[in-house]
Design a protein around this ligand. Structure first.
Ligand code: FAD
Length: 363
């Protein structure tokens, strides 16, 4: 079975790798693999976030993915370092409203069996001395983060080591079991997976409505740098009025600060306003942040489906599959998505949590 994956972000690359591991012959097509939303992403892997309270099926998918991360990484690291850290996530409340949210979140996490510990202001200060005064914190010792800029090259290495191919071209259309490239070349397939993030529905040649529209939601994100890491742990600084931030320290001294949320179509520009908003917010939480070196401001387009949920599985068109729409959680949901797709591509039973995410719900 020859499978072509259109789109080499975290979702397409991980799908290709897991399928190749099962003996499927894979080809990934992408003009610049690993370069779009996944490159911008902070790679936070929290056990739970507020947006999951009312979304039981998505919550189940997140928890399934969380369980898969350690084995996914262990197998990937046979090929290259993965950039994965499971050394804790610390949520901290900076005002009374945020404190109420924190306690609600703690109760919910406990009900799900997620290991979480409430910390006093003093305990938070000990763990994360760079923070300004906080009201309380919750530590999730079993959660963490991954650096997508290490993860994606590792996935490419693993795909190629297993005999897969990466073609650095754009795909324009799908017709007669071939993918047509932007130079006119045709790549034949038995099955194709469309995983081109918010560009997935722009691939031509398929019947109208076969692929739901995937909306781009821009996020600007900042990268600062210091000789030694300013923060010890991945953190979410919770505050009212849309001022919350997440902060992901890397071992090399990089501090990722995210992010904005903008409905501005396919615009990927970084703006002074976006930069200012992130810098102002982070300075409120970390008084000493101003001395860090400014390394990068970038923007990525989160792929959002019409109902905000991932779209994973076979479409109405025979042999055409889709894996997109992961919105704010694509990195977090990478192992489970790849595992569901690999089961479809090898005709084995998909994971129990897969059915709600079928593309057929839009047809
Ligand atoms: P993308 O990474 O966008 O990849 C799509 C790929 O398709 C690209 O490589 C592109 O070149 C390719 N492509 C496009 N058109 C074509 C074509 N015609 N032919 C061939 N290839 C094509 N998620 C988390 O879980 N944790 C986080 O902390 C987090 N932080 C984020 C921060 C920001 C600022 C942003 C923007 C997103 C964040 N996300 C996070 C969300 C996450 O990044 C996305 O859900 C995820 O990266 C989507 O992956 P993808 O592979 O579907 O899309």
């Amino acid at each position: 079975m020859k499978t072509v994956v259109v789109g080499g972000g975290v979702i397409g690359l991980a799908t290709a790798w897991r399928a190749a591991r099962e003996g499927v012959s894979v080809t990934v097509i992408d003009p610049a693999p690993g370069g779009k939303a996944s490159h911008a992403s902070a790679g936070m892997l929290p056990g739970h976030s507020g947006q999951l309270y009312e979304q039981e099926e998505l919550l189940r998918l997140c928890l399934a993915s969380r369980d898969l991360w350690p084995s996914f990484v262990a197998e990937l690291e046979e090929f290259a370092p993965s950039g994965f850290r499971r050394d804790g996530v610390l949520d901290v409340a900076f005002d009374e409203d945020a404190l109420r949210d924190l306690d609600q979140q703690l109760a919910f996490q406990e009900s799900l069996g997620i290991h979480a510990e409430r910390l006093s202001p003093e305990e938070c200060a000990k763990l994360q001395p760079a923070f300004g005064p906080v009201l309380a914190g919750v530590l999730m010792p079993d959660d963490g983060a991954v650096d997508p800029r290490i993860l994606q090259p590792a996935l490419i290495t693993a795909i190629e080591a297993l005999g897969g191919t990466v073609i650095r071209r754009g795909a324009t259309r799908v017709e007669d079991h071939t993918v047509v490239l932007d130079n006119g070349d045709k790549v034949p397939f038995d099955r194709v997976v469309l995983a081109a993030g918010c560009w997935t529905h722009q691939i031509e040649g398929l019947p109208e409505g076969a692929i739901p529209e995937i909306r781009p939601v821009k996020g600007q994100i900042l990268r600062l740098h210091s000789e030694t890491p300013l923060l010890n742990l991945t953190s979410r600084a919770l505050s009212t009025g849309g001022a919350s931030l997440y902060l992901v320290p890397r071992l090399d001294g990089e501090l990722v600060v995210g992010s904005t949320y903008e409905e501005t179509g396919y615009d990927e520009t970084v703006t002074a306003e976006g930069t200012q908003s992130l810098l102002t917010r982070v300075a409120k939480f970390i008084p000493g942040v101003g001395s860090l070196r400014f390394a990068e401001i970038s923007a990525g387009l989160r792929p959002a489906s019409p109902d905000g949920l991932p779209v994973i599985g076979p479409t109405t068109v025979p042999d055409v599959y889709m894996a997109s729409g992961h919105f704010r959680m694509g990195v977090q949901l990478t192992p489970i998505t790849a595992s569901i797709m690999a089961s479809y591509l090898t005709d084995t039973t998909p994971h129990d949590s897969a059915p709600p995410f079928t593309p057929l719900r839009f047809s």
